[in-house]
Design a protein around this ligand. Structure first.
Ligand SMILES: [Zn+2]
Length: 356
């Protein structure tokens, strides 16, 4: 077993670089810096619109497949309470984004966008794909009704091994445990940075780190929306025209897996989800966006037609790498006006590649 690093009560290394102390003055400075950045981004958006840069960039991106990456969808109070709010958009933001997409793009599932025959699409508009990673139940509660209302379809990448269970992904267990320790005054570690750090550990070290954390915090009680969707909910999505793709069996960092583990994460997850939804699973999403050549070879061998990473960018027709489909990570804070409302200009700049 790997030697365990020295850890504090929150399960983190004593001299960890991600250990941060927050002070009221620090909070004020952070809020001021955030507001200034938001004002600057908003001004850039307005100038880009007024000078025609957005429209020009959108015309140049017409031949590309644009893929957007969302994760969770929660009301604002729950978004702020989550251990990593950047991974959450509110229903209001998602609705605003969907309206922009419905007006300007032909929105299809990822499998359809990359299928050999794309003649069924409206060639008058560029193609966009909306994806949701992990498969949280908040997607069926908050995202599915908005997609239905606006008339769009999406691709949901699901952690197959957590379907029909009450278990949470490892990073949510860790985030929840650290938040519990913070509330009881036993940790000042940022959950987001701690989880990022845990991804640098070996699987055995990460498991031990998580077990230490949970021993210190006590059990974490998830709410319904914090769990992964049930198979009945996945079947409802498919019946509504959405696509279900695999996001592995257990959400590991795939390059760290043995060949046997890759077989389970890629092939067995595809088989399981296919049985649960009654349809072939053609698309895959690399957990954490991590892949290497061995992972790509295993994904091809498992029968997927494509896989998405978290590499930002447009997928231009004729240049698409099907096992490294690029996506725009959607962070609602960076796409909001200074008032906090979603900005159409900033979203349009983001998805045509004018800003990354
Ligand atoms: Zn994920």
């Amino acid at each position: 077993m790997a030697k365990s690093p020295q850890r504090g009560q929150d399960g983190c290394r004593g001299k960890s670089p991600y250990r941060k102390r927050t002070t009221p003055a620090g909070d004020k400075e952070q809020v001021e810096a955030h507001t200034l950045k938001s004002v600057a981004r908003s001004m850039v958006g307005k100038v880009a619109w007024a000078t025609g840069s957005i429209q020009k960039c959108e015309r140049a991106a017409r031949d590309a497949v644009t893929v957007l990456c969302y994760h969770r969808v929660l009301p604002d109070d729950q978004r702020r309470a989550y251990h990593d709010p950047d991974l959450v958009v509110t229903p209001e933001t998602l609705r605003a984004h969907c309206r922009v997409l419905a007006e300007r793009y032909c929105v299809v599932t990822l499998g359809s966008a990359l299928a050999p025959d794309t003649t069924a699409f409206d060639r008058g508009k560029p193609v966009a794909v909306i994806t949701f990673d992990d498969g949280y139940r908040d997607n069926i509660l908050h995202a599915a009704p908005i997609l239905r209302e606006v008339g769009l379809v999406a691709t949901f990448f699901v952690i197959a091994g957590l379907v029909d269970t009450e278990r949470q992904p490892w990073y949510d267990l860790a985030g929840g445990a650290l938040q519990a320790l913070q509330r009881s005054g036993r940790s000042r570690t940022s959950p987001k940075e701690a989880v990022a750090h845990a991804k640098t550990l070996s699987p055995a070290e990460r498991q031990e780190w998580l077990a230490d954390l949970l021993r210190a915090s006590g059990p974490i009680q998830p709410r319904n929306e914090d769990l992964i969707m049930t198979s009945a909910q996945l079947r409802d999505l498919v019946a509504a025209g959405h696509e279900v793709g695999s996001h592995s069996m257990t959400h590991p960092l795939l390059p760290q897996c043995t060949d046997e583990e890759l077989e389970v994460e890629l092939s067995a997850s595809r088989e399981l989800l296919g049985k649960l939804v009654g349809k072939s699973i053609d698309t895959f999403c690399y957990p954490n966006g991590d892949w290497d050549e061995r992972v790509v070879a295993a994904a091809r061998k498992s029968g997927y037609i494509c896989a998405t990473s978290l590499r930002p960018g447009l997928n231009r027709r004729g240049e698409i790498a099907p096992f490294d489909v690029k996506r725009w990570f959607i962070d609602q804070g960076r796409l909001a006006s200074p008032s906090g409302k979603p900005s159409d200009e900033l979203l349009r700049m983001k998805i045509c590649g004018l800003v990354t």
